[in-house]
Design a protein around this ligand. Structure first.
Ligand code: TEU
Ligand code: CA
Length: 543
């Protein structure tokens, strides 16, 4: 096997709770995933990234783990997981697991020990202070919670039920490495590492800057890219990762395109690639994500192009427009039509890097309409509503519901739309989060029977990536950088060239370019003519 097999791979992210419910309790599960492996094979993906399926109190849908080596009973058993791994491997599909080791649940046995007394051996697994700083948690409120049994506060970057681990304590690191080896020895094919850029804290922890409209201080300068993060990743690589033919992806908030190289330059022996947040933060404002601002295409191109060039020689990019934390890309960047979903896909999948498809994206699934906060399930949105509407009166109910309808993570988490049956074929029971009513027109069954569907377009994109080496190895060169609606670039490799021209708007675009020696490799419309693109038309030319 080529050591860098992941460079040619296409990854499909499964959010287990919302993918497929096999036993009709309204919650997706491992048997449900197994039942859809043939669907994924048909799509053509190489790797599944599985969001957490571990034992957990589920306050953040499994990103709050109470036992790293057990499966949550809602999802099935360890035997079910082993069966999934076997069935996937039989179809030549690899499985990458989520590794959430910046924090554990407060119901993890380490934490339960840690709170028994300050001299308990596990106390040092977490981060304690006698007095809190002003840090705000990324899920609202203070980032410190008082633990009366030890008369100290513990740090939690996310909710109070997600206590940050103390990576500076070597025994903790060794336990994590042992747990990772245990999974790798089962035969899994890699890890997606949750907020791995946050594991090394910058001491001393003092009060953070209070930005406009904020009550709490900014925690991020104290947690992102801390002084030891690269030492720990190199140690993890040496002790664990380098011994397996796997793929590693770090989720890296607060890492810019320059800093990214420190994580992914192959000479540094850390990670294969990271997820950047740059291009999905362009529509933030001083209140963070909670607004209805649209991303400008010029900014988006600038950001993606910067990452393409920054990691062009050493390192490697991930390519994504959506995941379980982001609104649906067809709603955020497109106009919710199948044509626009294909336009976004074509633009992304010809770039240099490893593409990630989020479940339902291959169908052009869209955001849903939440009428009231009571319809949302996500802790981030629920806490933000309480803080920003009820407590601080920064937004009215109506304003915040608009923000939630633009940005909430629950948009990505509505049940997968399999067919026209009640509950979209996801389950026979009312699911844990409501189904998008548009499942009657947007679903897998319809699209499998339609050669012109978004599904079949993704299938073509994946096949082309597998067949054309230029897409993996070719140089990337941006075109029409200042055009407000046209996303365009050139890929070059040996004597071959690909030119991508995509209209990310509802306007008609005329552009000037000599394409006389080129033929169409793929387009999302049958009416493409040279030097002209109608609304959301996109084309890949080849020579
Ligand atoms: O996300 C990290 C992260 O930075 C996001 O939570 C981000 O703050 C938020 O989505 C912005 O809207 C990872 C996981 O992907 C996410 O699901 C978890 O909730 C989080 O870590 C905590 O584990
Ligand atoms: Ca179930």
């Amino acid at each position: 096997m080529n050591k860098e097999w992941w460079k040619k791979a296409v990854v499909y992210q499964i959010y287990p709770k919302s993918f497929k419910d096999s036993n009709n309790d309204g919650i997706g599960d491992i048997q449900g995933i197994i039942s859809q492996l043939d669907y994924l094979k048909e799509l053509g993906i190489d790797v599944i990234w599985l969001s957490p399926i571990y034992q957990s109190p589920m306050i953040d849908n499994g990103y709050d783990i109470s036992d790293y080596q057990a499966i949550h009973p809602d999802y099935g058993t360890m035997a079910d997981f082993e069966n999934l791994l076997k069935e996937a491997h039989q179809r030549s599909i690899k499985i990458v697991m989520d590794l959430v080791v910046n924090h554990t649940s407060d119901e993890h046995k380490w934490f339960k020990e840690a709170v028994k007394s300050a001299d308990n051996p596990y106390h040092n697994y977490y981060i304690w202070r006698d007095k809190p700083t002003n840090f705000g948690s990324l899920f609202s409120g203070s980032a410190w919670t008082y633990q009366s049994s030890v008369k100290q506060y513990y740090l939690h970057t996310f909710s109070s039920k997600q206590a940050d681990l103390n990576w500076d304590y070597q025994p903790l690191r060794e336990e994590i490495y042992k747990m990772m080896r245990w999974w790798l020895d089962k035969g899994i094919d890699g890890f997606r590492m949750d907020v791995i850029s946050l594991i090394s804290k910058k001491y001393p922890l003092t009060d953070g800057i209070v930005h406009e409209n904020n009550v709490f201080g900014d925690i991020t300068p104290f947690i992102a890219n801390g002084p030891n993060v690269h030492r720990y990743l190199q140690e993890m690589n040496e002790k664990v990762l380098s011994h397996y033919p796997i793929m590693t992806i770090g989720e890296c908030p607060c890492v810019n395109a320059q800093q990214a190289l420190d994580y992914v330059d192959s000479n540094r022996h850390e990670l294969n690639m990271i997820f950047t947040f740059d291009h999905v933060s362009l529509d933030n404002d001083c209140n963070g994500k909670w607004n209805t601002k649209k991303t400008s295409l010029i900014d988006l191109k600038k950001t993606l192009n910067k990452w393409q060039s920054s990691l062009s020689n050493q390192g490697w990019n991930t390519l994504y427009l959506s995941n379980h934390d982001q609104p649906r890309s067809a709603s955020r960047f497109g106009n919710e039509t199948a044509l626009s979903a294909k336009c976004l896909a074509l633009t992304l999948h010809f770039m240099k890097g490893t593409p990630f498809i989020y479940q339902g994206e291959e169908l052009g699934m869209t955001n849903i309409c939440f009428n009231d906060i009571s319809e949302c399930q996500d802790i981030e949105a629920i806490n933000a509503y309480r803080e920003l509407v009820t407590e601080e009166h920064l937004f009215s109910h109506e304003e915040m519901m608009k923000n939630i309808n633009a940005k909430a993570r629950d948009h990505a988490r509505t049940p997968m739309q399999w067919n026209n049956d009640q509950y979209s074929g996801f389950s026979h029971t009312f699911p844990w989060l409501k189904v998008n009513p548009n499942y009657q027109s947007i679903n897998a069954k319809i699209q499998l029977n339609d050669q012109e569907s978004v599904f079949h377009f993704y299938q073509k994109l994946i096949k082309i990536r597998h067949d054309y080496q230029i897409i993996t190895d070719g140089d990337y060169c941006p075109l029409f950088e200042d055009h407000p609606d046209l996303f365009a670039y050139r890929r070059c490799y040996q004597n071959a060239e690909i030119i991508i021209l995509a209209n990310w708007s509802e306007k008609v675009i005329d552009y000037d370019m000599d394409l006389s020696n080129y033929r169409i490799l793929l387009a999302n419309s049958n009416s493409i003519i040279k030097n002209h693109l109608n609304a959301y038309e996109a084309v890949a030319y080849y020579k």
